[in-house]
Ligand binder design. Structure first.
Ligand SMILES: O=C(O)CCC(=O)C(=O)O
Length: 282
């Protein structure tokens, strides 16, 4: 458990699904993320998804970097991130769900479309949180933006990542859930929060919360990583089979039935720190 996480923050997380923590992460962990990012960018085996195929700006996404960058694995096992999230979601057991770089570089990079993460993730439960970390100082308009409390309201379909250039609300599954509202077109109707960011500041976010990412200014740079962890009450939940789960976890639906605790080779345990990880340096 972690002393930076107060009872008020836990209440706020349950209520809003969004908590801002000023200087939650030491500069040495940021240096490790930067080293991991350099490896990811030069690793041709790691897929970098370009959000806006038709635009010159660089907006790339890379997922499950822990599996290919030892720097990110070290961060996830050994930094205070798992302790911070464990305290926030009130779970002594903490597992890794995924991590994701969102890299906006070269100036003038576009928005991350508004969405909730839960429709993409084959999970249900409350004890789950993402920590969003930017390596670069950001203006409020460039930050991650969120609608507090929306994790307790309507669950919308996802957006289709292949269609963001033309229609950032185009439904991902087009099946059981209502399509995303066009929040960007009606910003004044929504209670949107964000903050100016200094490196070291972090945002905790429930994956059911509506969120989107600010664009960067002409010379802006916004290299962010989100790390998603979960606790005891998270179970496997099926999603429409027309699309793969995000991130890809082939074989998962063959191993687990809906409602079973989310355990499997994709989801290493982080807390308590497993003995084989401890043995590596003790
Ligand atoms: O950084 C961004 O622009 C998007 C982040 C995001 O969607 C997430 O952390 O789930």
């Amino acid at each position: 458990m972690h002393s930076l996480i107060t009872e008020e923050m836990k209440d706020q997380y349950r209520e809003d699904g969004v908590v801002f923590l000023k200087q939650g992460l030491h500069a040495e962990w940021l240096m490790l993320i930067e080293q991991g990012l350099a490896r990811i960018l030069s690793d041709t085996g790691q897929t970098k998804f370009k959000f806006y195929e038709d635009r010159p700006d660089q907006f790339l996404e890379a997922v499950r970097n822990m599996e290919v960058a030892p720097e990110i694995a070290t961060l996830i096992y050994h930094s205070p991130i798992a302790d911070l999230i464990g305290a926030l979601i009130d779970s002594e057991n903490v597992w890794y769900y995924s991590d994701e770089f969102f890299i906006k570089d070269g100036g003038g990079a576009g928005r991350t479309p508004w969405h909730q993460d839960m429709p993409y993730f084959p999970i249900e439960g409350e004890q789950v949180a993402s920590i969003w970390i930017s390596l670069d100082p950001l203006r409020k308009e460039e930050c991650l933006e969120m609608v507090p409390g929306s994790h307790r309201q309507t669950r919308y379909d996802g957006f289709d990542p292949m269609a963001v250039s033309n229609d950032p609300t185009k439904p991902y599954y087009g099946k059981d859930l209502p399509p995303l509202p066009d929040i960007e077109a009606e910003r004044e109707k929504w209670n949107i929060v964000s903050w100016p960011i200094e490196p070291g500041d972090v945002i905790f976010l429930h994956p059911g919360v509506l969120h989107g990412g600010g664009p960067t200014g002409a010379n802006g740079r916004r290299r962010a990583i989100t790390i998603r962890l979960y606790g005891d009450d998270i179970v496997f939940a099926a999603r429409p089979s027309s699309k793969p789960y995000a991130p890809y976890t082939p074989g998962l639906s063959q191993m687990l039935k809906p409602g079973e605790p989310l355990r499997g080779p994709w989801y290493p345990r982080l807390r308590p720190l497993p003995q084989h990880i401890r043995d590596g340096y003790m």
